[in-house]
Write a protein that binds this ligand. Structure first.
Ligand SMILES: NC(=O)c1ccc[n+]([C@@H]2O[C@H](COP(=O)([O-])OP(=O)(O)OC[C@H]3O[C@@H](n4cnc5c(N)ncnc54)[C@H](O)[C@@H]3O)[C@@H](O)[C@H]2O)c1
Length: 446
């Protein structure tokens, strides 16, 4: 779907007008394609204090074919700036963060990346150290709002013992897979991370289930998981059978016509996964519905339908998979689609926002039990995603919705799909119980 305003703002006449009027100037984002280098240019790696990750980060970049340039080198445009802030002892050390970032960010290329790595504030030895670590969140979220031309800034918190899980998240945030992930804070947990992932086909040999896969974001998820090597089992309601079959054919997957709210849906799916596929490695709970009304006008049917599809079915399906021997393979990855509405709330969506906030509670509560199986469970919360549904909105409402974020444009279904596919990777073992927003750092919500 084309972005008429972005095309206009980047035309000769449009560029002049938007500049004079101070209007948003969105650019086309750098998005991932298989075989593409991790970064289209050099990166610099610096530190604030005596950090423990700088060497590991430099080695990781060199291993990925990235040229690591000196922070002092002049002129060259940078594709990424990485700051190891694990050495912070107190607020005075933050001056080193400023000293590295200010000149380096000036040299950042379009769709450039700023990535800051630090320890969690909760693990600090003193209030001063906790303050310095927490300060980074304000720094990164503000910098993300200052960056232009498709550049992003994100923060990864790495507790002691979680260093082995660093490579997957670092690669993700630097890559075009994270095009629409901006201003986020991700906390890793210590985990055993399998080595030697094929970066072009990280899901090769894996079976992935996607609910609501007949269209929209679900179909995009099925395509990206298949591109990354997975055999995809696509679930959708019987009424969507024709489009479900078309997407399944396209990705060489298996279509399963099933209403996920049916009482026997979980056990049926679990049995089928064991019998036909030897279990699932990846489960993506994407199916979701809206039945919007102000709370005072909302009948029980609207409330119940949304809670049943968006939340209860996810709990029941996951429980059935956990209860059926062999249905969830070792190291499984479960990803639930939440929403910005579940974080910020949305007028007319008490039922939907309740269901989507509930998903966040669910993944956080399940994370420790999943960790014990070497598995993970996470949520992805999309913001304004350009779909057929948003294309039907009145122009004004749509444009306001699409521009109110740091990247000044709506995300694409593929942006949500790329984030889910990353969480599904073996290398994402250290990401568990997290909520990753795919919202271009929406101005709505935290
Ligand atoms: N589109 C957005 O901007 C946006 C933003 C935030 C979150 N989301 C979430 O992303 C997910 C996908 O959204 P979308 O825009 O692609 O929606 P969509 O309506 O285009 O697709 C949803 C799919 O789920 C299927 N489904 C619904 N009920 C089902 C059931 N009981 N059993 C099996 N399948 C069922 C539908 O048939 C449909 O194919 C949803 O969970 C939605 O809440 C979307």
């Amino acid at each position: 779907m084309s972005d008429w305003y972005r095309d206009f703002a980047n035309s000769g006449f449009g560029a002049t007008i938007t500049k004079q009027l101070g209007l948003p100037r969105p650019v086309e984002l750098r998005r991932y394609e298989p075989g593409q280098p991790l970064l289209p240019g050099p990166a610099v790696v610096g530190s604030a204090g005596q950090g423990r990750l700088r060497q590991q980060l430099t080695a990781l970049l060199i291993d990925a074919g990235v040229t690591v340039s000196s922070p002092e080198a002049d002129g060259e445009r940078l594709a990424a700036v990485l700051l190891d802030a694990t050495g912070l002892t107190g607020p005075a050390d933050l001056a080193a963060a400023h000293a590295l970032l200010a000149p380096a960010v000036k040299r950042l290329a379009p769709s450039g990346r700023v990535l800051v790595l630090a320890d969690p504030p909760a693990d600090a030895d003193s209030p001063a150290q906790a303050a310095a670590r927490q300060a980074l969140e304000g720094l990164v979220r503000s910098l993300a709002k200052e960056l232009r031309a498709g550049a992003t800034a994100n923060l990864v918190l790495v507790p002691a013992g979680a260093e082995d899980g660093l490579a997957g998240p670092v690669r993700f945030f630097l890559s075009g897979r994270a095009a629409y992930v901006d201003g986020q804070v991700l906390t890793l947990t210590p985990a055993t991370v399998p080595a030697g992932q094929d970066e072009d086909r990280p899901l090769a040999g894996r079976t992935a289930v996607v609910t609501g896969a007949a269209r929209g974001i679900g179909a995009a998820i099925a395509r990206v998981l298949s591109r990354d090597g997975a055999h995809v089992v696509l679930v959708d309601v019987p009424a969507a059978g024709e489009s479900l079959a078309a997407v399944a054919n396209e990705v060489g997957g298996t279509a399963v016509a099933m209403d996920i709210t049916a009482p026997d849906a979980g056990p049926r799916l679990a049995r089928q996964l064991v019998a036909r596929h030897g279990g699932a490695d990846v489960v993506v709970h994407n199916a979701g519905i809206t039945r919007d009304k102000l709370l005072v006008n909302m009948d029980a049917d609207r409330w119940n339908a949304v809670l049943a599809v968006n939340l209860q079915a996810q709990l029941d399906l996951t429980q059935a998979l956990l209860d059926t021997a062999g249905a969830l393979k070792a190291g499984a990855r479960v990803v639930s689609v939440s929403s910005q509405s579940g974080i910020a709330g949305n007028r007319g969506q008490t039922n939907y926002a309740a269901s989507k906030a509930g998903i966040i509670g669910m993944v956080r509560a399940w994370a420790p039990a999943f960790a014990e199986r070497g598995a993970t469970v996470n949520a992805v919360a999309p913001g304004f995603i350009v779909t057929e549904m948003t294309a039907g909105m009145p122009l004004g409402t749509r444009e306001i919705g699409a521009r109110l974020n740091s990247l000044q444009q709506g995300g694409l279904p593929v942006d949500v799909a790329e984030t889910i596919a990353w969480l599904a990777q073996p290398a994402s073992a250290g990401v568990n119980g997290q909520v990753v927003r795919v919202c271009g750092q929406s101005l709505v919500g935290a």
